[in-house]
Write a new protein. Sequence first.
Length: 179
Amino acid sequence: MSVRPLHLLGSPVLREKARAVGAPTAETAAFVQDLFDTMRAAEGVGLAANQVGLAERVAVVDTHEGEPIVLIDPEILERYGRERGEEGCLSIPGTNLYGDVDRATRIVIATTTLDGERVQLEVLDHRARAVQHEIDHLDGVLFIDHLSPLKRRMLLRRWEKQRKGKSGYLQMPALAEGG
């Protein structure tokens, strides 16, 4: 399929609440493949549609722990446990642009398969963190929104320093500097 440009911090689509997809189509399946191709080119473990400029409730996760997960109109039904862990984002690439975020260690989600079947999945540990991160994207929430105001300001200053002299909100994954 194809690798799409990533939308970077500051792009308005990253703050949009994505709209429901409903019944998946052949176009949905092709788009999911584009998401996987783009995520892998950028060396990430998850990617939401907003991050490539489409505000639809579609995301993918592949942490290499079990089968890749396709999320279509996902919702978190249950959350268990709590763990703080470091997160970054393909839409905020660069050196030292990570923060510690509290997430559930076990979640139960409802999602639609590419065949149109609504299923429930139990997701654990690192995969649960990645799924929660991507569902946040679909709600217009970035990991930096979970940081304290001080840590968020520090990260944003580092981001601005690294972006100095650069313009625009798009970047091809092959040029990305981090995950």
